[in-house]
Design a protein around this ligand. Sequence first.
Ligand SMILES: [Zn+2]
Ligand SMILES: [Zn+2]
Ligand SMILES: [Zn+2]
Length: 294
Amino acid sequence: MEPRVIVTILGTAQDAGIPQAGCSCERCSNAHDNPELKRYPVSIGVEGLDGSKHLIEVTKNLSEQLRLWSGNNIEQKIFIPDSVTITHLHLGHIEGIGQFGKPVMGLKELPIYLSQMNNDSIQKRNDIRLMIEEGNIRLLSRNHFQPTNDCGFTLEFISIPHRSELGDTSAILIKGPKKNLLFMPDQDSWNDTLDSFSVRSIRELLTSLRIDIALVDGTFWNLNELPGRDLSKIPHPTIEDSIHYLGTKKTNDPDISFIHLNHSNPVNDHDSEERKLVESYGWSICERNDTLSI
Ligand SMILES: [Zn+2]
Ligand SMILES: [Zn+2]
Ligand SMILES: [Zn+2]
């Protein structure tokens, strides 16, 4: 079989995962009772042509996600990433970073790629400084890079408007030998994102970046979802709005799949009407363990 660059979906949930700490909602309660219904925070793994492994986002479920990525071959050792790339510093996207240090994996010089602003910001944490001083990790800021010489793909940070209390936010553009994939788990709104690229539509944005597959922010289904919380303080476009903007998938459209799903989002349930509606428009919901060949 010819070598391919393979992207594996390792987590589909918003930062909290499912079940969310302290939440008694039906979806979280069911996930406590049935491990099949657990969802890990958003993360993907990219395996290069040379067999090297590159993790995007490092969540609290790192242990399970590395096991999942390694597949079902019992003989095979669990993958250890050759590099890590981080979109932004919100909790769920970096919560597992301490596991690279001495108390857990004790890695040597693991390259962690992140924007210059996030690099400056995260180095203020004493635990991160300690891991750098002990030689577990190296923080690297490059806008566009190829993580190993023969991996066959490049990664590029694409700046995205999103709450920036801790640093800035990027989407990651992954250019493989055959396809380009955009990983965009968080954004404040399509309007802000489209404005920042000076384009008028989601299609124009994805066409301008030559995207074949887009994994985009699907945090909420709609704004009725979290009674008692001010959604203007946690802005994300809703899937309902996104599919309204997009309409039905046309022949030359990229594949668009929603990821970063909040525990309140009904599309987490496989048989929900909302998920069927998304699929009836020709779009999809990201599923853990799905693989994409790029
Ligand atoms: Zn997030
Ligand atoms: Zn819940
Ligand atoms: Zn975020």
